[in-house]
Design a protein around this ligand. Structure first.
Ligand SMILES: [Zn+2]
Length: 51
């Protein structure tokens, strides 16, 4: 049994880290949000210099 990285539920699967596509979506969404945040932090830095 593996443990879903999103909801921590145990599930049967060998080549996936999440139990369902819903959890896959959630994981992608949070990854994207993290990426957005780092991009924003980066932009904020350069924008302050530019303006
Ligand atoms: Zn899950």
């Amino acid at each position: 049994m593996k443990v879903c990285k999103v909801c921590k539920k145990e599930f049967d699967g060998t080549h996936r880290d999440v139990c369902s596509w819903q959890c896959d979506e959630k994981r992608l969404k949070s990854l994207r949000e993290k990426l957005d945040e780092s991009v924003k932090a980066d932009k904020g830095h350069t924008e302050n210099l530019g303006m």
